[in-house]
Design a protein around this ligand. Sequence first.
Ligand SMILES: [Mn+2]
Length: 263
Amino acid sequence: MTREEIRELLNEAEKRFGEEANLIHLESGKVIFVGDTHGDLEATEKIIHKYLKPENKLVFLGDYVDRGPDSLENINFLLGQKTEHPDSLYLLMGNHEGHAVVNFHPADFWEGLDAELHQRYSEVLFKLPLAASTPNGIIALHGALPDVSRLEDIDSIKPGSIEWHQITWGDWQEGEDEKPCIDPYTGRPQFGRGWFEKIMSRLGKNVLIRSHQPSAPPTMYSKRCLTIFTSSAYKHYISERTIALVDLRREVKSVDDIEIEIV
Ligand SMILES: [Mn+2]
């Protein structure tokens, strides 16, 4: 793409994201949740071609850039699809979309941009929604659950806030902790079962679908927390790219009610 084409794409995408709240409400049909793609354009294209249909909603859980070989192509392809199919495709925010507020490594996508494009991608990706909710028991977001009292409070979370860090950077661990702590090695916010159960009950949800943490067990907390990945950039941790399929007509009580597919 030429610079002018990228500018136009970013302007169009920015308008779409400006129309969306932080919390996306998915009402009907089948929902396909996609984990981190991290520059894996091949995975993204495969999923879009197979699942982007009027009866489906696609929800990508963030982290579109860095790590993989085709970050720029991957994010531009997704932004283009979003502008063409705004009500079928949703792009949630991951920590890798927040480079303007938190410095991290690897950040090969961001470090390869010049000042103008770094600023424009930052501005546009800051407008991404933070979570998706379904009427049959699911909340989906990039990392961990934010300290909110009600589901609707997600709409007022601002980029760079504590709650934003919890959603985009949060990790889960097997402990029983009811309070968040900071991982002494990575500096990332970390949460245990007590926190999970407390916030899920405030939100009135049964199952969390998230991505972000390749070292996490695929299911945690009595099969109520599902971690998926959809990028070959994680092949050192996991050998398969997974997505999660959910039929909104059936109540989801645990991960057993969710179809996992390898792409
Ligand atoms: Mn992440």
